[in-house]
Design a protein around this ligand. Structure first.
Ligand code: NAD
Length: 495
């Protein structure tokens, strides 16, 4: 299938024509060196040799974004919205090829990509296109002046994204930046770079002017570092690990550039004895979905001591239903880890927990699926020796949950707030009053009560503590990607 997927040198990935080059200034651009991109579903399969950007690539991409910025900013929110709606329509029309590529590249479940995740990319473009056109300048009078708050496009914006859900997460950041009038240089993660290359094709086909949206491929510490260090960049939007955020923050500080960071999580999943235990246990076992490679997952199960046995019985029942397998198979619920390095990292956490004297309640080992090269890890539950155990305090980002009990509400809050993270939390209780108290007491950017992953795109999204800086979502994102300007006119200025 070709359609919009044309131009530059192409490789066949699952029947889809994909460019492994950069997309800069409306054209495909190669690099003298490449890096290998392999499929987590079968590590012996090389999907592509992908262009390995360097300082020169970064400078070229920022240059293209600088040149394209004045005209894109001048187009106005309505003119930009027309282009962004065309991108959204093209995403919706190409869900199947996008799913084919992302499933091979990242191993997310094919069904979930087709039915849920990729359509969210289109929704991101539509929502921000519309929201930007609906902005109402705040207008008021005081101190003898008429006052207005204007949103001005901020300038070239670097977007750096992680390897999990790369297409959806990239659109979540690029759409508001573009809607706000900024030009964008997207650097996807080197472990799953291909679906973002298809996004460049779709933007091109939608008639986005050259240089407005650019994709640069490569290694984070190389081209990623060069992009965020470029003083012409006016916004940096990052999703990834706290360790990388520290590097990027240093560059942002050097150039005095606003930056947002959506980082890792170690969410508490709190279950009170008064909760619907069946529903809670089912959702808790669902935290293994996407192999636990989900920043928002509630990975620390905190269960009221009085219902420990009953909860574990129900949890086991639902956890036993998980099926490890090929992500194309609709029966599969647990896909492989993204990369051998990541698998080793996940296994390392569990091995050290065992050595530490933590109790492995289920799993705790690599699956035999796929033989020696297979990247599946068994869904694992660990009861730690203490709350200080490494596996409780650090993000694993794999199918590894911890299990602890608490005595009362105060104890639950203490444990929930006992890590340096604060991205999300899940609480199960039948009491509205308790839900209110927990909602106020837990330190997290998002708290779901008796539900999980329900998202309103206009709501603020972000982390507390080492889970992040700033908020995305709705007007919060559009404000970040804009320079807010205060415009005052003295009363009586009539001519
Ligand atoms: P990572 O920090 O290793 O890499 C993220 C991106 O940063 C990649 O594109 C990488 O190439 C780039 N990068 C690395 N070093 C860089 C540097 N020095 N300068 C510029 N760019 C650099 O993270 P990851 O392993 O790809 O992703 C997993 C992490 O992302 C987890 O911690 C997860 O929780 C987090 N995450 C958070 C959210 C959220 O919304 N809060 C969503 C998804 C993932």
């Amino acid at each position: 299938m070709t359609g919009p997927f044309t131009g530059g040198t192409r490789v066949d990935v699952g029947g889809v024509s994909v460019s492994a080059d950069h997309y800069i200034g409306g054209k495909r651009v190669s690099s003298p060196t490449t890096f290998e991109d392999r499929s987590p579903l079968d590590w012996s399969v090389k999907l592509a040799d992908v262009a390995r950007g360097d300082d020169t690539t970064a400078a070229m991409a920022v240059g293209a974004a600088v040149d394209a910025f004045p005209a894109w900013a001048a187009l106005g929110a309505q003119g930009r919205a027309e282009v962004l709606h065309r991108v959204a329509d093209l995403i919706d029309a190409h869900i199947e090829p996008l799913a084919a590529v992302e499933c091979l590249d990242m191993a997310m479940l094919h069904e979930s990509l087709r039915l849920r995740v990729l359509a969210r990319g289109a929704r991101n473009f539509r929502a921000y296109a519309d929201l930007a056109t609906q902005y109402e300048e705040r207008v008021w009078e005081s101190n003898g002046t008429a006052n207005r708050v204007m949103r001005m496009p901020a300038g070239p914006t670097v977007v750096i994204t992680p390897w999990n859900a790369p297409f959806m997460l990239s659109t979540w950041k690029c759409a508001p930046a573009l809607a706000a009038g900024n030009t964008v240089i997207l650097k996807p993660a080197e472990w799953s770079p291909l679906s973002c290359s298809l996004l460049a094709d779709l933007c091109h086909a939608a008639g986005m002017p050259a240089g407005v949206f650019n994709v640069v491929q490569g290694i984070g510490a190389e081209v990623g570092a060069a992009l965020v260090a470029d003083p012409r960049v006016r916004r940096i939007s990052f999703t990834g690990s706290p360790a990388t955020a520290r590097h990027i923050g240093t560059s942002a500080a050097a150039n005095v550039v606003p930056f947002t960071a959506e980082l890792g999580g170690k969410g508490p999943f709190v279950v009170f004895g008064d909760a619907d235990l069946e529903a809670a246990a089912q959702k808790a076992a669902g935290q293994y979905d996407d192999s636990g490679q989900v920043c928002l997952a509630g990975t620390r199960l905190l269960v009221e001591a009085s219902v420990r046995a009953e909860f574990l019985r129900l949890f086991d029942k639902f956890a036993d239903e998980h099926v490890l397998g090929d992500s194309h198979d609709p029966a599969t619920t647990i896909s492989p880890m993204i990369h051998p390095t990541h698998l080793a990292r996940v296994a390392g956490f569990v091995d050290r927990a065992r050595e530490n004297g933590d109790t492995i309640l289920r799993g705790g080992r690599r699956s035999e699926l796929g033989g020696d090269d297979g990247l599946w890890y068994e869904p694992t539950l660990i009861e730690p020796k203490s709350n200080d155990s490494e596996v409780v305090q650090n993000e694993v980002f794999g199918p590894v949950l911890t299990f602890q009990t608490f005595t009362d509400e105060a104890d639950a809050v203490r444990l929930a707030n006992s890590t340096p993270y604060g991205l999300s939390a899940i609480v199960y209780t039948s009491s509205q009053a308790r839900a209110e108290r927990m909602g106020r007491a837990i330190r997290a950017g998002t708290i779901w009560t008796n539900c999980f992953l329900v998202r309103d795109l206009t709501a603020p999204f972000g982390g507390i503590g080492i889970s992040g800086i700033g908020r995305e979502g709705g007007d919060f994102a559009l404000d970040f990607y804009s320079d807010l300007k205060m415009f005052q006119v003295k009363e009586g200025t009539t001519n």
